[in-house]
Write a protein of this length. Structure first.
Length: 131
């Protein structure tokens, strides 16, 4: 049986790998907490898409370390599923933000054109150009 450990030349008991493992865990916790705070302070759906993307990718990362360290090969399908799900929610978040920005830009353009139409001086009827 070939495991993921066979593809790497170092063992997990190396000190730098343990530091990287804890650093990655710390960053995952910080990112998840910040996504939760962002989602709690916002009322639209795109913040929940971002939260689901971060949670999906963080749990996928956790499963990847379980596969690598403990050789639980059965979790690779769940890891792949969560990774794809997290990336899908991230793309949905980006698309919603882009659509919202386009909508705001269109409203701004309409407001500016209405302001310009109001400022245009209309000539008086019946008055010639040189009276």
């Amino acid at each position: 049986v070939i495991t993921l450990g066979h593809f790497f030349s170092t063992e997990m008991n190396q000190p730098f790998l343990q530091v990287l493992f804890y650093f990655n865990g710390f960053l995952s916790v910080i990112l998840t907490l910040s996504a939760f705070i962002f989602s709690a302070n916002s009322t639209d759906n795109d913040s929940s898409y971002f939260l689901l993307a971060v949670v999906g990718l963080a749990i996928s990362d956790l499963f990847l370390f379980m596969i690598y360290i403990m050789d639980f090969l059965d979790l690779r399908y769940l890891d792949n599923f969560l990774n794809i799900l997290g990336c899908t929610f991230l793309v949905l978040h980006i698309l919603k933000k882009q659509a919202l920005k386009e909508k705001e830009n269109n409203l701004l353009i309409k407001e500016k054109s209405a302001e310009l139409d109001d400022k245009v001086v209309k000539p008086l009827e019946g008055a010639g150009a040189y009276s």
